[in-house]
Design a protein around this ligand. Structure first.
Ligand SMILES: [Zn+2]
Length: 291
């Protein structure tokens, strides 16, 4: 699979529904018209690819996303896999690792939900805060099997940036090529030493919660990015916003998808992050990751 030339948002959800478990209707992102409008604006700013890491149990809807893709003229990359507790569907508890891997492999090689749309990534597979539960470990093992079988890369979810090193250890011990792994949400850890240790293991890391200043102020993200770039490691970082709520959209008073390009990038560029580093993080690394 090849990405289109241009900017890639590495961790998004075209439509997602976590409203059941979260008991909050804001977490049902079913705003097709508004999403399409914002993605059109992104396209005008040079964005070509959106990696949609919505998978089984998260309200993934391929037909919906394809409609958005066609209307917005932006390339969407689809995912297979399972998220984390308590968002895992029944089948994760009932089936074996091998059987779960077979479901993922089928979505990669044949298509998703009876369509011919294939998954190109295994993600976002996740772990809980400060711990990997037994059932989450099962998903990681199944994902490892599917990765080895298909060569498709893996994107993870860490809860508030925790357990990233443990995720790496788990994937490594099951034979995963760490150069084909992105550890997600590492910016939420606010711990640069921890992030550097992960990069040292050979994975990519994602600063994919840009704009979520209720968790981490942008000054902190800048400070961590400066440390990474100073060491010449901008070739290991990818970026995104992880928009998951209606209230994240511009029309509902949120920052909207273009915030990353309109505000965050100029901000870090004015504060010591070079255009070359930015091109690595927004454009080049994603292409290499998917090669
Ligand atoms: Zn996530």
């Amino acid at each position: 699979m090849r990405l289109k030339e241009g900017i890639t948002y590495i961790h998004e959800h075209i439509t997602i529904d976590l409203s059941g478990a979260k008991k909050d209707l804001d977490c049902r992102l079913d705003t097709m018209r508004e999403t399409t409008k914002e993605l059109k604006e992104l396209k005008e700013r040079g964005v070509s690819n959106i990696v949609d890491v919505t998978n089984r149990g998260m309200g993934r809807n391929v037909e919906y996303a394809i409609k958005v893709q066609e209307e917005a003229g932006i390339n969407i990359i689809f995912s297979t896999g399972y998220y984390k507790e308590p968002f895992l569907p029944r089948e994760v508890y009932n089936l074996s690792e091998k059987e779960l891997a077979d479901i993922m492999i089928k979505e990669i090689t044949e298509g998703i939900d009876g369509t011919e749309v294939k998954a190109d990534i295994i993600g976002e597979i996740g772990t809980s805060k400060d711990t990997i539960t037994t059932i989450e470990e099962k998903v990681f093992i199944a994902a490892s099997i599917a990765h080895i079988e298909t060569g498709r890369p893996i994107i993870t979810h860490t809860t508030l940036g925790t357990s990233g090193l443990e995720q790496i250890e788990l994937l490594k011990s099951h034979g995963v090529d760490l150069n084909k792994v992105i550890i997600g949400h590492v910016d939420l850890s606010e711990d640069i030493d921890y992030i550097l240790r992960m990069i040292e293991q050979g994975v990519y890391v994602a600063f994919d919660t840009i704009g979520k200043t209720n968790y981490v102020p942008e000054e902190k993200r800048l400070e961590m990015l400066r440390e990474i770039c100073k060491r010449g490691l901008s070739n290991r970082v990818l970026m995104s916003m992880d928009i998951t709520r209606k209230s994240h959209l511009k029309s509902r008073g949120g920052l909207g998808y273009s915030y990353l390009l309109d505000h965050f990038i100029p901000y870090i560029n004015e504060n010591g992050i070079t255009q070359r580093d930015i091109d690595n993080m927004l454009r080049k690394n994603a292409v290499k990751f998917f090669e």
